[in-house]
Design a protein around this ligand. Structure first.
Ligand code: PLP
Length: 498
């Protein structure tokens, strides 16, 4: 049986195969692709502790991407989860205090997006072959720092792909800039722009919709695509680490197969926690999924009241990957919660776009509350979590993980629920050295960049991840800089068009 994918805003009879959905990215009606039926996972919980990360990932991908054969999926998994990761377990689980930490920061950019972006390029090129696609895929991305680098690390030297990343010259940290301009790979291209992230993002969207330009590049054998987090090819690989974490807990004698566990997930675009929901639907014994937000707590309010309201102040916090007011992947959960009603989902999303808010029905909210809890870390709760976890357990966590830890503690205090808790740990402390140092030392730390990394190393005594170690010796490979209104010309130049 082939599992098909449909749009959350369109008719079920327009469903596509997984490979077609991965190549499409976003559905033409603006909706996101979701499976039309429950995937069938062929995995026994008792076997989980004996499986490698690659084996678990293979099983999960086989359930979702049924038009890929076993050989193709194995090749994708092995190309993605190799020694690019600095821990052979890929996603190890550590135990500190009352909590388990699922460490998703052992990849090339020391943050969780590596788990999906290291495999997406291979899924895309395999999908392109299956669909007899005769063009090179050109990935276009505007980045505020992290996604662009993680996407380049994934796409570097993958055959028949090019990746072009635009970043705002003044808008990224010293470390992020260094990571990008030293990116290896003959098919990677980095362009600094004079302008801010929003301009870069708007111009990329315009280029995606520019039919004349698309025809021009098609004549040269290229087609644009996107690696952003609404692609089903990014979501599905993330389901794997929920199963893998469960196996690790059995292996560590923390639970027996069949026992329930909780996950607290630091949430931005809702991709990570949605993958947890898919894992639960596939049969993983998850008691509760706890959605953790920072001061931008639109999701906390939503899970409390059923009212999603993006019209509110936007805060810039120390956990920038969660500074989001519109969580795109929530649409996939809403679609499930309204009984796969695309008309209703579409109406909510249009209301969100035009008026900035929508209210779900009481029964929809009740459905969500069966599985989800939510909370936010405000004030300096995240800094306090960094300081206390380090003091009590000698374990350094990054500000995103700290938001989750603070919310997990609030949840336990409020409910008394003592189900084993896994905190999804999405970045290495070395990714945010200044914030982590400030929290541990209890005062604002002025050191930044390499200095902050060196000081943090002295403080927490954790070896530097190899990618960081190499960073400041690596040669600069990219120095193209243009105005925000010259991005199209930059693309033409890179692809040698015209
Ligand atoms: C992207 C990101 C998140 C948020 O994940 P979503 O899937 O967008 O909810 C959390 N932490 C870090 C470090 C991230 O990079």
């Amino acid at each position: 049986m082939t599992l098909l994918y449909r749009s959350t805003r369109g008719k079920a009879d327009n469903a596509l195969t997984a490979s077609a959905a991965i190549l499409q990215g976003l559905s033409p009606d603006g909706g996101l692709y979701v499976p039309t039926e429950k995937p069938q996972l062929d995995l026994n919980l008792n076997d989980l502790p004996g499986l490698t990360y690659q084996q678990v990932a293979f099983n999960v991908l086989s359930a979702f991407l049924t038009d890929f054969n076993a050989e193709e999926l194995k090749a994708c998994v092995n190309a993605a989860y190799d020694d690019k990761f600095d821990d052979a377990a890929i996603a190890p689980v550590s135990h500190h205090g009352k909590d388990f930490y699922l460490e998703l920061f052992h990849g090339p950019t020391i943050a969780f997006k590596d788990l999906a972006l290291s495999i997406l390029p291979h899924l895309m090129t395999t999908a392109a072959k299956k669909q007899h696609f005769d063009k090179q895929i050109v990935i276009l991305t505007a980045t505020s720092g992290d996604t662009g680098k993680a996407a380049m690390a994934g796409f570097a030297d993958v055959a028949d792909t090019q990746i072009i990343v635009f970043y705002p010259k003044q808008g990224v940290s010293a470390i992020q800039k260094q990571q990008m301009i030293t990116q290896p790979g003959a098919n990677t291209h980095v362009v600094a722009i004079d302008g801010n992230f929003d301009q870069a993002q708007t111009n990329v969207k315009e280029i995606f919709n520019d039919d004349a330009f698309k025809q021009e590049i098609a004549a040269k054998g290229y087609q644009f695509s996107s690696a952003n987090s609404i692609n089903i090819g990014r979501l599905v690989p993330q389901v794997a680490y929920y199963f893998y974490a469960y196996g690790q807990l059995i292996k560590q004698n923390a639970i027996k197969a069949g026992d329930k566990i909780n996950f607290t997930v630091p949430t931005g675009n809702f991709g990570d926690i949605l993958a947890g929901y898919y894992a639960k639907e596939l049969g993983l014994p998850i008691n509760r999924l706890i959605c953790a937000s920072n001061q931008n707590n639109v999701l906390t309010d939503f899970f409390e009241t059923g009212y999603y309201d993006r019209v509110r102040p936007f805060f810039t916090t120390t956990s920038p990957s969660m500074d989001i007011l519109v969580s795109s992947n929530l649409e996939r959960l809403i679609f499930r919660a309204v009984g796969s009603d695309a008309t209703q989902t579409s109406a909510y999303m249009h209301e969100l776009e035009s008026a900035g808010h929508y209210q779900v029905k009481p029964e929809t909210l009740a459905f969500l509350k069966e599985t989800f809890s939510a909370g936010s870390a405000t004030g300096d709760a995240d800094a306090q979590a960094i300081a206390s976890v380090f003091k009590e357990d000698g374990f350094a966590i990054d500000p995103h993980t700290a938001v989750a830890k603070a919310v997990a503690d609030q949840y336990r205090d409020a409910t008394g629920d003592d189900t084993p808790m896994v905190i999804v740990s999405t970045a290495s402390p070395y990714k945010f050295p200044n914030a982590v140092l400030s929290a541990i030392e209890g005062h604002d730390e002025s050191a930044d960049g390499l200095d902050a990394i060196a000081q943090l190393k002295d403080t927490i005594n954790v070896p530097l991840p190899p990618t960081i170690q190499k960073l400041f010796d690596a040669p600069v490979r990219h120095n193209l800089a243009v105005n925000a209104n010259e991005m199209k010309e930059a693309i033409s130049k890179i692809l040698k068009i015209g």
